[in-house]
Design a protein around this ligand. Structure first.
Ligand SMILES: C[S@@+](CC[C@H](N)C(=O)[O-])C[C@H]1O[C@@H](n2cnc3c(N)ncnc32)[C@H](O)[C@@H]1O
Length: 271
């Protein structure tokens, strides 16, 4: 996709959720109200904390996430119990750990905007990439970690993968198998946390309505989707992530936005 496209004259009628004015309506800062401060932990030996934001749009939430995590990075407490959200004592040497962020989006124009507005070009990178295209993902992630033409291994995983308001667009365009693939990709790319903010089921019909009204095809795969309803979708997310060793450690609903944020952590991780 090479330009900011929407259907007809309605910038809210979009096929991929690549809205041109998303953060005018959903201010990025508010989205992090109530976001947990105590789960962003690094090991003593770590020199970086790597974050991936899938479907970053024009990058405003990505930059806010980077600031939030940078301010809240802590060293893992040796004494803390495995699998618990523990309050890790903040220690001065955490300042030596670099928080790095990669934001990916399908829309090149949004990536260009995000890059232009980027205030930390040394630590935040925005790249054009279709998360459903394994070859593109491998290349872009490889470049981020400084490896080229070589298979990615566990040194090339992110500490956290964010899927904010992107699951529905993949689900609408690729059906149930597409949603599973997205979640599997997230499990392969994360070595610690996966944070998901799924859209509510009512948003699916709203997206279809706007798309059809604007002359689009209204998502032909929608009628084949078997995972219907908030509960069914959440259950499937938990199932796929738990099969890959991630268990839910927290969830909360952002008060204005009304969407749930689900926090999963790999069972091998000790806080
Ligand atoms: C509704 S916006 C959400 C933006 C941001 N994550 C947030 O919550 O503030 C969804 C974004 O996902 C992107 N997107 C949709 N399908 C994608 C794909 N296959 N690969 C990468 N990005 C995709 C769209 O271009 C759009 O910018």
């Amino acid at each position: 996709m090479s330009s900011l496209t929407y259907l007809g004259t309605d910038p809210g009628a979009s096929k991929y959720g690549n809205f041109i004015n998303y953060y005018d309506f959903h201010p990025a800062k508010e989205r992090l109200d109530g976001f947990p401060t105590n789960i962003w932990c690094v090991d003593k030996r770590d020199t970086r904390y790597a974050c991936l934001d899938v479907g970053c749009n024009s990058g405003e939430l990505t930059q806010n996430l980077w600031e939030f995590i940078s301010a809240n990075l802590r060293l893992k407490s040796d004494a803390a119990e495995c699998g618990q959200i523990a309050d890790c004592p903040k220690q001065s040497s955490v300042d030596e750990v670099k928080c790095m962020m990669l934001g990916l989006d399908l829309d090149q124009t949004l990536i260009l905007r995000a890059s232009e507005a980027n205030t930390r070009k040394d630590l935040i990178h925005f790249k054009h990439c279709d998360i459903m295209n394994d070859v593109e993902v491998e290349q872009v992630v490889g470049n981020f970690f400084g490896v080229h033409n070589q298979k990615l291994d566990c040194d090339h995983k992110f500490d956290v993968v964010f899927l904010f308001s992107v699951t529905m667009w993949i689900h609408l365009n690729y059906g149930d198998p597409g949603l599973s693939k997205l979640l599997c990709t997230a499990t392969k790319l994360s070595r610690n946390l996966i944070v998901i903010e799924p859209q509510l089921w009512k948003c699916y019909s709203a997206a279809k309505r706007r798309c059809t009204r604007a002359g689009g095809d209204g998502f032909p795969l929608l009628s084949n989707i078997k995972l219907r309803g908030n509960e069914a979708i959440e259950k499937e997310i938990s199932k796929i992530l738990s099969e890959a060793g991630f268990k839910k450690i927290a969830e909360f609903e952002e008060p204005k936005w009304k969407r749930k944020m689900l926090f999963f952590q790999h069972s091998s991780v000790r806080m």
